[in-house]
Unconditional design. Structure first.
Length: 198
């Protein structure tokens, strides 16, 4: 986000988060108002940028929509990088976005990514990437079923001492198990996604 951005510009981009995420999820303003316990006018004001939800309301907004808020927030914070994000963009633009995301990962996330790409686990990174890509194209129901198997296998092998690389960075099982429960709820509600915000 540029320091030269005016407050009005930021308010309008912030308002776009609410309108775009709601319309992407095909939900009405009435639905959001009813489930958030606010008036329809309040939702309209958020989407116009005349007022803004508080932090809890923001988290609830995405929970109700069953969406991950990250790409909406990235578009708000870095419009020149993430607005109109498309895989059809040229290689230089895609590289800039990927490098930005990697540079802004937490140290643990960087270690996990390095482990996936170059760890001594026996799988090729390119094959893992294809598996993750295919996985993300399947239905929420299918993704939850696969994630459950992976989580159960990991927990069993961790307890029996059969992990391939026990000395390397490990997954955050609290996050994974919470994501599985949220994904299950999203699948039951026929939503496209979920948030891991508790």
């Amino acid at each position: 986000m540029s320091l030269s951005d005016g407050k009005d510009d930021r308010l309008q981009r912030f308002a776009k988060i609410w309108w775009k995420s709601r319309t992407d999820a095909k939900k009405s303003q009435e639905y959001m108002a009813l489930n958030l316990g606010v008036s329809k006018r309040t939702v309209q004001n958020w989407e116009r940028g005349t007022s803004s939800p508080d932090f809890f309301q923001s988290a609830e907004w995405f929970r109700l929509l069953g969406q991950n808020p990250i790409h909406y927030y990235l578009e708000f914070l870095y419009p020149s990088l993430f607005e109109n994000l498309s895989p059809a963009q040229d290689d230089a633009a895609i590289s800039e976005k990927v490098l930005f995301l990697v540079e802004n990962m937490t140290p643990v996330e960087k270690r996990q990514l390095l482990y996936l790409m170059a760890g001594n686990h026996g799988s090729s990174w390119y094959s893992l990437l294809q598996m993750f890509t295919a996985h993300c194209h399947t239905s929420m129901k299918s993704r939850v079923a696969a994630a459950r198997v992976i989580a159960e296998n990991y927990e069993m092998e961790a307890k029996s001492g059969d992990l391939v690389c026990p000395e390397n960075v490990q997954p955050d099982m609290d996050v994974l198990n919470f994501a599985i429960s949220q994904g299950k709820q999203a699948a039951q509600d026929r939503k496209m996604g979920y948030t891991t915000q508790k």
